[in-house]
Design a protein around this ligand. Structure first.
Ligand code: ZN
Length: 182
């Protein structure tokens, strides 16, 4: 187990379309070790989601866990733990909702991003079994943010109004927009 360095915007790996896992790869010892490192790295950073490309590995894997213990997100409630291999998104409700997003690969900044409110995610779990979940509201945004990482997209490209890009210490947090992301 070890904490991996998180690569930052400008690193080419964050612009690649990540490769799918095979079922054999998912069940391998190497992948189990990778997952342990990803959880360690996520916990150390106080984030709520991490995609493999963020530790320099261009593979279709992301982990998500909303945590009430996160220093970055003091008012958040715990969620389930999600490990998603080869995820695919289908939009269920394309009405958009906005949140202030952040990213461990873009430290210190936040930007306001609107995304579809409700989605379905089809993916393979840790046993390489096909799974499908429906998710909405903030958690739906977290899934979309992480899955974007697997296609070389960062939240800043999703912003409609670039003037909302700002440093955390300059932010005047509004009640209705006080949720942040990874
Ligand atoms: Zn991110």
């Amino acid at each position: 187990m070890s904490i991996r360095e998180i690569v930052k915007m400008g690193n080419p790996v964050l612009r690649e379309v990540a490769e799918d896992f095979s079922a054999e790869e998912i069940k391998s010892t190497e992948t189990k070790g990778l997952l342990e490192d990803m959880w360690d790295s996520l916990k150390a950073s106080g984030g709520i989601g991490l995609a493999a490309p963020q530790i320099g590995i261009s593979k279709q894997l992301a982990i998500i866990k909303l945590s009430s213990e996160s220093d970055r997100y003091p008012d958040m409630e715990d969620s389930e733990t999600f490990v998603i291999f080869n995820p695919k998104i289908s939009v269920i409700d394309d009405n958009e909702q906005g949140f202030w997003e952040g990213c461990l690969s873009i430290p210190g900044l936040r930007g306001y991003v609107e995304r579809p409110r409700k989605i379905r995610v089809d993916f393979l779990d840790e046993n390489a079994e096909q799974r499908s979940i429906e998710t909405e509201n903030f958690l739906a945004t977290v899934f979309q943010h992480e899955i974007d990482h697997l296609h070389g997209t960062l939240y800043v490209e999703r912003m409609k109004d670039i003037t909302t890009l700002m440093f955390e210490e300059e932010m005047i947090v509004e009640e209705s927009k006080d949720e942040h992301l990874d």
